[in-house]
Ligand binder design. Sequence first.
Ligand SMILES: [Zn+2]
Length: 402
Amino acid sequence: MSGSDTAVVLPEQVRTELRRGVRSVLIDTAALRLVRERFDDAQAGALRRYLEASQSANTLRAYRTDWIAWAAWCATEHRQALPADPLDVAVYLAAAADARRDNGTWAFSPATLDRKSAAIAAVHAANGLASPTRSDVVRLTLRGIRRTRRSTPTRKRPVLLHTLDQLLAQLPAPGWPAEPARRRDALALLVGFAGALRRSELAALRISDVHARTDHTTGEPLLVVHLPTTKTDPTGVAEQRIALPRGKHPHTCPVCAFADWVRLLEVHAEAGDQGARELAHANLADDTAIHRCHGFTGTPLSADPLRPLFPTINRHGSIGATALSGRAVAELVKRYAARAGLDPTLFSGHSLRAGFATQAALGGASDREIMRQGRWANPRTVHGYIRTANPLEDNAVTKLGL
Ligand SMILES: [Zn+2]
């Protein structure tokens, strides 16, 4: 079931049939024919005009769209639209109730589903047929949809790779005063996503928690992030260490993002805001289309165990000494979502974590691999995140497609 009525392409013949059927919505054509036999054209015409005026143009238009969507579904599912089997109508409404838009919100409200049901009833009535929507199975389905919607809040939208690309595309242009925020935010979005981190974990990271290593299977650099032990792992056995391999593309490469960021922090540590500003200007000519992580081995800043990985930065580009709060990390994600034209209320710090699970599953990672990278102890939690995909085998993070 697609999230939109218009997604189904109908053969022209079906379309014509539908137009014929829909024109008679609320007008019993057989009855009108009888009227024409007993009265003259002017009298029959007047009656028809007023019957048509009994429903607003908006309602008729909505019914028409609803009927086309129903008939299209029937055509794809090999069901009969008119007269309809009540069970088919119930299954159709249930599928429509589960449909979501691209941004993760419900495609149809309970009121719209009621209207879809009313449209099906109206076309049946206009054709002198008993309405399938009066049956128990349809009524109970609609009631169940209303009750379910009342009790389940809209889920936060996961950040899929495509969405991550959209967020990264909103990073400020290189230069001053946005350069520090540009580098920090790129790293935060990438580490949060590839590491499947909670916003509190992301906010609490220190530079000394991130280690540059060589991936011996490829000879390429990778990052190993050590997480402080958390209370979220009831078994205590899951490794609080996550690996972030080099990305395929420089702009989605966590190692490049880390190298860029610590380079600026190093200059800042030595020469302050003025030094960072000069680096930002000098770097304008750098080619960001190539990897900067080649040969990267780490930073001397790791020697300070208290230095936050994601410090606050003010609007003048001045880097603070304290770490962003968990809330600030969530705000950061929402801010980029809003800039990308996405609904920020659907994004939370948690979205990066949910997005990781979903994207990894789409890339073919198994539940076990996803659980390992995301440090989920309960498979059910992971299943909750994975709404699509058919997982296959080992190490989820290599399947993110970064
Ligand atoms: Zn790189």
